[in-house]
Design a protein around this ligand. Structure first.
Ligand SMILES: [Mn+2]
Length: 369
């Protein structure tokens, strides 16, 4: 070994002398984000009434983020309520039956006297909350989210958006720290539920998640959080998974990429996950009901710089405005919904494979099984 190659292998680790959660949170936020949270802090102190909207079929990340902020606002002496206009999912139902918290299922948007400030949690705009509502023009709207930002603009909006964050709950944690509100056990439990659920039981995390977990796990054992969120697959779900595996079509792109496309009756997200475990780099699961059609898409994380599923799916969904097509999400996890009768045939598979060939700049071949 030469003198130089010997030195090449010596690393220099710089030591950090002190550590504080507050400092880490400050360091994580960029200048623009710090300004935004400062603005949110001001709105919280100036205004009195707040409504926290969760997205349709709200998952634990959306619901728990809303509950935490409602509880913080109430602690600041404000009126705040959590509103779910299009239901909450089964995991979220389990959470509020275990840790009860009032959730309203309707809201009157026509009350002109109302000075409610609207908060949107875990959604880029109102289209994922309820598409057909009319928002009064000058309404103050605060959006806190980690999905791809939407092109829609509201007249008076404040956006705390970070598409690199692994959950909305961790953004809410940073906001709570930033406004210097004391973490309570209630806040810690709901934040943990949001973070653990949206990171897929801590499989998709960033450093800042561990900073949050360091503080939050002092209030509740992480195993209790995971146990509450875990759900056993019932017989139907397992059968749908197995049928989907047997219908799987595999496309190979270049030497190293396996893309799966399959069909099922329901459980799209769960089926997508099993196919990733089974070996697909990218998977699309198409599910059709009598009057609706959905697509769940997932890709391995190392592909996030090569392929943006949210954009790919969004561009296809917008061709189906007649069927109220909506689509988007994250670079590695996205979904699409159409309101269309199952009598109408739509070749989504062909369109998906075609757009993949374009964005990966590679031809595909079908692998026979
Ligand atoms: Mn989320």
């Amino acid at each position: 070994m030469s003198f130089f190659s010997y030195f090449k292998n010596i690393f220099c680790f710089e030591n950090k002398r002190s550590f504080s959660v507050e400092e880490q949170v400050q360091e994580y936020l960029n200048k623009e984000q710090r300004q935004v949270v400062e603005e949110i802090k001001e709105i919280f102190s100036e205004k009195d009434n707040f409504v926290l909207f969760v997205h349709k079929n709200a998952d634990p990340d959306s619901l728990c983020s809303a509950i935490v902020l409602a509880s913080v606002l109430k602690g600041l002496g404000k009126k705040a309520r959590v509103v779910a206009l299009e239901r909450i999912n089964s995991q979220s139902k389990k959470i509020i039956s275990h840790y009860p918290y009032p959730v309203s299922y309707d809201y009157d948007f026509n009350n002109e006297e109302s000075d409610d400030v609207y908060l949107i949690l875990d959604a880029p705009d109102f289209s994922s909350i309820r598409p057909d509502i009319k928002i009064p023009e000058h309404k103050k709207i605060i959006i806190i989210d980690h999905h791809n930002p939407s092109k829609k603009k509201y007249k008076s909006e404040v956006k705390f958006i970070d598409s690199n964050a692994s959950s909305t709950a961790v953004l809410v944690y940073m906001l709570v720290k930033f406004i210097d509100y004391r973490i309570t056990r209630e806040i810690a439990v709901f934040l943990l539920l949001g973070i653990v659920a949206d990171t897929g039981f801590l499989k998709r995390t960033n450093n800042i998640d561990f900073i949050a977990l360091f503080e939050l796990t002092q209030y509740e054992c992480i195993n209790n959080i995971s146990t509450l969120l875990k759900k056993e697959k019932d017989m139907n779900e397992r059968l749908e998974n197995l049928k989907a595996l047997s219908r799987l079509k595999i496309y190979q792109f270049g030497d190293d990429l396996l893309v799966g496309y399959t069909y099922a009756g329901s459980y799209g997200a769960s089926i997508a996950l099993s196919h990733m475990y089974a070996g697909c780099d990218v998977i699309f699961v198409e599910t059709r009901g009598k009057n609706n059609m959905s697509l769940s898409a997932r890709s391995r994380r190392h592909l996030e710089n090569r392929l943006n599923l949210a954009t790919l799916i969004h561009n296809i969904a917008r061709k189906y405005r007649d069927y109220k097509g909506t689509g988007g999400g994250h670079r590695t996890a996205a979904s699409m919904q159409l309101m269309v009768s199952n009598k109408i045939s739509i070749n989504l598979e062909g369109q998906i494979i075609h757009s993949l060939e374009k964005s990966l700049d590679k031809k595909s071949k079908v692998i026979k099984i």
